[in-house]
Design a protein around this ligand. Structure first.
Ligand code: ADP
Ligand code: ZN
Length: 309
């Protein structure tokens, strides 16, 4: 009898949920996408999908991974562990997403940020294979970063909030004040998709590739990446999210990161192989849900190591 475990993954986004069953990118057995509405309706659709698919595929999921928008509580000792906490998304403050899924499906649940999930998936199957210290940054409706350091997903006091770092903002060249409700002109406030739209009066996807918006965007992202490189020493940085579909940003960002570092960090990928250092994701539209499946896999693998030893 085959004992290959099968996993469920939930990409819990502020706009849409994606749920899938499988073991990896070559083996996704079912998938569903639906808009994020109320917590009750959205969670029950996810639960319904997994119940139906378990019946159809005659399988019992070994675990479900959830890669969630946030902020989320990832501290197992906390009373609100597994909750979406202070999100501005109406109706979703203090929602026990992990608990609801675990109770309804009666399976172990692994829970992390969407970007930590995406980083883990890219590490297993995509653009960061073989590395143990790297970052995944998404530049979309918001800016968020996750990653691994020494093979461990980055958790600490909370989870990283890489989108909210402060970067130089020269108001003479860029008078736009920024749109972060907490900080105004933090990185997210200056460089998210909605910030680009607010500054130039056009949705980011409708700005032509040679528009000055992109040089400014690359400038802000290069400042941020330079800080992440100095703080975390990542072996690679993956840039995803809707805004990074503008592929002309990559060479601009790479050149400016090199200029900002000024040759100080003597590492080959930064000096000579920057095209392989700052890269797009490889898992495409499935990055989020595969990240969730990767979280489930990792939790099951860790548990089986613990019971063996
Ligand atoms: P989310 O962050 O909500 O999960 P996305 O990563 O798709 O979703 O980000 C949405 C943002 O990205 C919007 O602000 C949108 O204007 C912008 N965006 C989407 N596609 C493109 C594109 N091709 N070029 C530039 N910006 C884009
Ligand atoms: Zn901010």
């Amino acid at each position: 009898m085959s004992t290959t475990p099968i996993y469920g993954g939930i990409e819990a986004g502020g706009t849409k949920f994606v749920c899938a069953i499988g073991t990896g990118p070559q083996d996704l057995r079912a998938e569903i996408r639906f808009p994020t509405t109320t917590p009750r309706e959205t969670i029950s659709r996810a639960v319904g999908f997994f119940q139906e698919q378990q019946e159809r595929l005659r399988c019992q999921l070994a675990a479900v991974g959830i890669a969630s928008f946030g902020p989320v509580d990832l501290n197992p000792a906390s009373l609100t562990f597994g909750y979406i906490t202070s999100t501005p998304k109406p109706g979703w403050q203090n929602v026990d997403l992990m608990g609801a899924i675990r109770e309804e499906l009666n399976v172990p649940v692994a829970f992390d940020t969407d970007v930590n999930g995406a980083a883990l998936g890219e590490g297993l199957w995509g653009a960061a294979q073989g590395l143990d210290t790297f970052i995944y940054l998404t530049v979309g409706t918001g800016i968020g970063g996750g990653g691994l350091v020494g093979g461990q997903l980055i958790h600490g006091l909370l989870h990283p909030e890489m989108g909210h770092i402060r970067i130089p903002h020269e108001r003479q060249t860029d008078p736009y004040e920024g749109n972060c409700p907490f900080h105004g002109d933090c990185l997210e406030g200056l460089a998210s998709g909605p910030a680009i739209e607010a500054r130039w009066g056009t949705r980011a996807e409708n700005l032509p590739p040679d528009h000055p918006a992109w040089a400014l965007e690359a400038h802000y992202l290069a400042l941020a990446l330079t800080n992440f490189i100095c703080v975390l020493a990542p072996q690679r940085i993956i840039l995803g999210g809707g805004v990074m579909k503008q592929r002309q940003l990559f060479p601009l960002i790479r050149a400016e990161v090199q200029a900002l570092l000024g040759g100080y960090i003597q590492a080959r990928p930064l000096l000579e192989e920057i095209e392989e250092y700052i890269v797009p994701p490889q898992l495409g539209d499935y990055a989020g849900v595969l990240g969730a499946i990767a979280l489930a896999r990792r939790a099951v693998d860790a548990a089986s190591i613990a019971t063996q030893s």
